[in-house]
Ligand binder design. Structure first.
Ligand code: NAD
Length: 467
């Protein structure tokens, strides 16, 4: 019997099959997890369809009250959710509990938004209004790096807009999401939010499912392309939050001692498994050696270990496949550059990698051109800021980026020309629920968060009345 349940039509149910969830810190079993069948996906979609008419008809104030109740429950259970999250995902417990609190705050944020009717024309011969209608059943698909917060990018917005949902976490990190479902199941009418878990096969089934009107997907670019193709047949709405290869450009005149810790945090948070982690640092020739030295010292001093242990700063890579991929990138970086910190696995149990800094590496190397999604940072030398910007923009990705300088005017000018959904100046990876977030180029389609993110869970309907 699995320790966790699926949530389908308001009831906690076993999966038609089971799977193991492994702790990446020790490769031991965390828990048995239910695994939904295709029939259970169909039941979840049917429940969401049945719940839709009453949920959309509910006054928005009542839907908001339910989101507030969910925010309260997540907040009250943040410690427990965080503990489960660390065990399945690997991140330090402080970060995991913080993620649960963050999810609560994101639910609360959306209760402050409305979907007002916009009057476009109110003249003697016509009245034209724009309304925001719900779409129907939304399928939400979440990756394994931030299961709770990325769920909270989607669920409160979709529900506030009057949609019902089927939510699916990643196969290797389903437990915190299933616990969330268990905690909040009595808040919502049956079928409004259904939560299933799978072994990797139901994402495609959801994408093609005729009962689902929109897919809100966060994950890799490769899978995002499959989602787009799968959604084409039914012209399903999609929002895609995909991979990134964020560049940071550190301009001359920057103080390496002051900037390096911020670059390090931006690159190594969650052991680099962040869509908007700094994945390439372009550092001006005049401060290159000093920056490399600072970054190497920070990497050597970082405490890597089991996220449940006090003092751990960086946990393991979340799963074996990703661990092997990052180790492969490190191997190729040994030929393409010079490793000045890390460069190897830590211990022989758990998917730990020593934080790795690579210098004397440049564009064209795999580690620079590909998304590493792990604790390894290439530091690239440049002499002309315009050239650094051109190299930053040469990527197929365009999720985030940052410019670092004491000359705010120059930094701002470069920022306006960076091809990415977000550009930060003198910081990196700051997200907030009221700030829309999305990717340019191969990093995605559409946005989440903010009013713009809410609008993506709606259908625009114009009513044009003759007078
Ligand atoms: P992934 O694409 O392997 O999996 C993500 C989710 O998609 C999982 O739930 C998986 O089960 C599901 N899935 C698998 N095949 C599918 C299919 N054919 N159709 C629909 N769904 C399917 O991604 P991942 O490796 O879990 O996540 C890491 C990637 O996610 C990185 O590239 C990272 O940059 C990206 N990411 C992006 C953002 C963002 O907001 N842009 C945020 C976090 C992570």
């Amino acid at each position: 019997m699995a320790d966790y349940k699926l949530l389908i039509n308001g009831a906690l149910v076993d999966g038609d099959a089971e799977m193991d969830v492994i702790n990446p810190a020790n490769e031991e079993l965390v828990a048995k997890c239910p695994r939904a069948s295709r029939a259970q996906l169909d039941a979840a979609v049917a429940a969401a369809q049945a719940a839709f008419p009453a949920w959309r008809a509910m006054p928005i104030a009542e839907r908001k009250a339910k989101l507030t109740a969910i925010a309260d429950i997540v907040q009250a259970n943040a410690q427990e959710l965080g503990r489960i999250l660390t065990q399945e995902q690997g991140k330090p417990i402080g970060d995991a509990v913080g993620e649960a609190f963050g999810a609560s705050a994101f639910f609360r944020y959306f209760t402050m938004l409305d979907l007002p009717v916009k009057v476009i024309d109110d003249s003697p011969n016509r009245k034209v209004e724009a309304h925001r209608r719900p779409l129907g059943v939304v399928g939400a698909i979440v990756p394994w790096n931030f299961p709770l917060i990325l769920m909270a990018f989607k669920v409160p917005a979709a529900l506030l807009a009057g949609n019902t949902m089927v939510l699916k976490p990643a196969p290797t990190t389903p437990l915190s999401t299933l616990k969330f479902a268990e905690l909040i199941k009595d808040v919502l009418p049956p079928g409004v939010l259904n939560v299933i878990a799978d072994g990797g096969e139901l994402g495609a089934e959801m994408t093609a499912h005729p009962g689902i009107r929109k897919i809100s997907y966060t994950g890799s670019t490769a899978t995002g392309k499959r989602v787009m193709a799968g959604a084409a047949d039914a012209l399903k709405r999609i929002t895609l939050e995909l991979g990134g290869n964020d560049a940071s450009i550190v301009l001359p005149g920057s103080d390496p001692k002051a900037v390096a810790p911020k670059i390090f945090a931006g690159a190594f948070q969650n052991s680099g498994q962040v869509c908007i982690a700094i994945k390439r640092a372009y550092v001006h020739d005049s401060i290159y050696d000093a920056m490399c030295e600072e970054l190497a010292t920070l990497a050597q001093n970082a405490v890597v270990g089991d996220g449940l242990q006090q003092g751990t700063q960086l946990g393991p890579i979340q799963n074996k496949t990703q661990f092997e991929r990052v180790m492969g990138l490190i191997e190729s970086a040994k030929k393409d550059g010079k490793i000045i910190a890390g460069g190897e696995r830590l211990g022989d149990k758990g998917y730990f990698i020593k934080p790795t800094i690579v210098r004397d590496i440049t564009d064209g190397a795999r580690l620079v051109d590909e998304e590493q999604f792990g604790p390894v940072l290439p530091v690239i030398r440049y002499t002309d800021p315009e050239d650094a910007l051109a190299r930053a923009n040469r990527s197929e990705y365009g999720l985030g980026g940052s410019i670092w300088s004491s000359d705010l005017e120059q930094a701002y000018d470069l920022a306006t020309r960076m091809e990415s959904g977000t550009v930060w100046v003198n910081k990196h990876a700051e997200l907030a629920p009221n700030i829309p977030f999305g990717g340019a180029k191969a990093s995605g389609i559409g946005v989440e968060l903010g009013e713009e993110g809410l609008a993506e869970f709606t259908q625009l309907q114009v009513i044009n009345v003759a007078r």
